[in-house]
Write a protein that binds this ligand. Structure first.
Ligand SMILES: Cc1cc2nc3c(=O)[nH]c(=O)nc-3n(C[C@H](O)[C@H](O)[C@H](O)COP(=O)(O)OP(=O)(O)OC[C@H]3O[C@@H](n4cnc5c(N)ncnc54)[C@H](O)[C@@H]3O)c2cc1C
Length: 301
């Protein structure tokens, strides 16, 4: 491994599915390609230690095939296992932090190895300590999971509610079917998944929005009410709209796609238009979920 040089930008790359390079990055790229999955069982759990370079979806598939259940709602999320704790990937009512016991990483500034227990990972909605005090200076080498043998299906979201006698396999298949029908495949149409996080507002702000927009959707979360960013963007008329080579996806406005020749400034321009319109209509500030990388490293808009 090249020695880490803090004076030179280093960007750690997993599968690259949550990263948009807006221009050529003038630094080092560290790609995590460490492989390996170890399994052992205790009386109550399947315990898995998975190297950071493993593909997330292949890992979920393996677990489902082997009868190690719990992760099936997270099928088809692109990217690597090593990136999964960083934004605490989640979908269809499940977040990965529910199954992570420990995260192993190398501190690139000192070269020392560490193991962080779940309780110290500061997991939240699309958030963890790896986006804050440990951002960009640690390489996640291994993630440890515990999947309870007493499996409980989670079918609280959307079309999963319609499943009769849900099994983990049925959930896995349904999640894949729904995702394929709604989300563009990044290997065919370039995209980084949800461009923005779903904003969380206070109950007071949500009630005043509800008074003006009675059909506004909202989900109670620990610190307020989560509003689907896709709904806000749709209300501002962006669905299917393009700017330069970037398009707001017609069936999922939370996704911006590269229609062929998108430039970094096209991405920024459409992304800022959306943030501006949503703010002026609803007074809700959208924050990007994707990592935007410029010449010098991560940038914020
Ligand atoms: C079509 C599509 C659908 C998606 N759906 C979802 C969804 O339903 N739910 C969800 O939560 N996300 C979703 N995403 C986002 C994405 O899949 C996740 O964020 C995923 O965890 C990114 O993994 P990656 O390896 O590709 O990360 P990258 O884009 O390579 O990296 C993301 C960040 O993690 C850092 N990083 C990566 N690997 C490591 C490592 N080993 N050590 C330290 N830092 C590292 C990078 O520096 C970067 O800051 C979707 C993306 C796409 C394209």
């Amino acid at each position: 491994m090249a020695r880490y040089n803090p004076s030179q930008s280093t960007y750690i790359l997993g599968g690259g599915s949550n990263t948009i390079f807006l221009e050529d990055f003038d630094g080092h790229i560290l790609i995590n390609d460490m492989r390996g999955i170890c399994h052992h069982e205790t009386e109550d759990h399947h315990r898995l230690s998975v190297s950071g370079g493993e593909s997330w979806h292949d890992f979920v598939t393996k677990c489902t095939d082997m009868g190690w259940y719990g992760l099936e709602n997270l099928a088809l999320i692109p990217g690597s296992v090593g990136a999964s704790p960083i934004q605490n990937i989640g979908a269809y009512g499940v977040e990965v932090c529910e199954f992570i016991t420990e995260v192993e990483y190398i501190d690139l500034t000192t070269g020392t190895q560490h193991t962080l227990p779940n309780a110290e990972c500061q997991f939240g909605y699309r958030d963890s300590v790896f986006k804050h005090s440990l951002a960009d200076t640690v390489l996640i080498t291994k993630v440890h999971f515990a999947l309870p043998k007493q499996w409980v299906p989670v079918c609280t979201y959307g079309e999963l509610r319609e499943l009769e006698k849900p099994t983990a396999r049925k959930i896995y298949d349904k999640v894949i079917e729904i995702r394929r029908s709604k989300l563009p495949d990044p290997s065919i149409l370039g995209n980084a998944g949800s461009f923005y996080k779903n904003p969380v507002v206070s109950h007071t702000q949500f009630n005043s929005l509800k008074a003006k927009w009675p059909v506004i959707p909202g989900f109670q979360v620990a610190n307020g009410v989560k509003i689907p960013a896709a709904w806000l963007i749709d209300q501002c008329g962006f669905k299917g709209k393009s700017k330069g080579g970037v398009r707001c996806h017609p069936t999922q406005p939370l996704v911006l796609t590269n229609t062929g020749k998108a430039t970094g400034s096209d991405v920024i321009s459409l992304a800022q238009d959306i943030i501006g319109e949503v703010y002026s209509k609803f007074s809700v500030l959208l924050e990007p979920e994707v990592r935007l990388v410029g010449k010098e490293g991560i940038i914020s808009i």
